[in-house]
Design a protein around this ligand. Structure first.
Ligand SMILES: N[C@@H](CCC(=O)N[C@@H](CS)C(=O)NCC(=O)O)C(=O)O
Length: 256
């Protein structure tokens, strides 16, 4: 709805049709927002996307997201058109409200155990950001922390004996950890030594990653490691290039 462009300070509130369709406030490179896109796309739920420049935020953003963060999901069909924040709350709400393609297990124990694993992925996220932003020298020990965190998930796939954490197809746990697994492909562009995952230690996770890349919902929002790395390098210099993909689209059109 913002035509891929990220709306910034001073911009007008987007004019959206009064069609009752969900509205997702997002940023193209935000892994938390990606969680919401993945759930919406896996379930085939229609929605409008409003991209937000998070360095120069539009004044009206806090009406939908009080902390000024993305994702925020506005529900135009509900009384007072409320908006939800926090990627995990949004994901669980969507799973309950649109149950046709269920993502969390129905069994309360299995559901609780999957949610614990989503929590246990947080140290991997923290360690990854140390490397993404500081490089291996700026973040000693972070690569070891990532591997130690991923050991839990490798072991879990072996125990479950299924290709995905969700079984024969991706479920909530798969989609909630995927945004950072996708971004791990940028390590080889950010680190001096070409980083690859240890094939022996993470055999199941590597198979899982290769399957996930071909999942329709994952494909719908996928960016390769080089593109993620380009955004991250600009972010390191505090020159976030939110509209990087919009610009390349315009360039492509000019060269046609
Ligand atoms: N816990 C939140 C984290 C969301 C978050 O940190 N989003 C970042 C972008 S990736 C953001 O909006 N940052 C803007 C800010 O903190 O001002 C969630 O799970 O949704």
């Amino acid at each position: 709805m913002s035509n891929g462009k990220h709306l910034s300070k001073g911009s007008k509130r987007p004019e959206l049709p009064d069609d009752g369709v969900l509205r997702l406030y997002s940023m193209r490179f935000c892994p938390y927002a990606q969680r919401a896109h993945l759930v919406l796309n896996a379930k085939g739920i229609p929605y409008h996307t409003i991209f937000i420049n998070l360095t120069e935020k539009p004044e009206w953003l806090t009406e939908y997201s009080p902390l000024g963060k993305v994702p925020a999901l506005q529900l135009p069909n509900e009384e007072g058109k409320p908006a939800l924040i926090e990627s995990l709350i949004i994901a669980e709400y969507l799973d309950e409200k649109y149950p046709d393609v269920p993502l969390l297990p129905k069994d309360p124990l299995k559901k609780a155990l999957d949610k614990i694993l989503i929590e246990r992925f947080n140290p991997v996220i923290t360690a990854m950001y140390k490397v993404f932003l500081g490089g291996s020298e700026g973040a000693p020990g972070a690569l070891t922390e990532i591997s130690k965190g991923l050991d839990i998930f490798e072991k879990e796939l072996i125990t479950r004996g299924t290709p995905y954490f969700g079984g024969e197809k991706p479920g909530m746990l798969d989609y909630m950890i995927w945004p950072w697994c996708e971004r791990s492909a940028m390590l080889k562009y950010l680190l001096p030594d070409k980083y690859e995952m240890d094939k022996e230690r993470f055999g199941k996770l590597i198979q899982w990653r290769d399957l996930m890349i071909n999942d329709a919902a994952v494909k719908s929002w996928y960016l390769d490691g080089e593109t993620h790395a380009k955004f991250m390098k600009a972010r390191r210099d505090n020159t976030h290039d939110y509209d990087m993909l919009v610009v390349s689209e315009a360039k492509r059109q000019r060269t046609c």
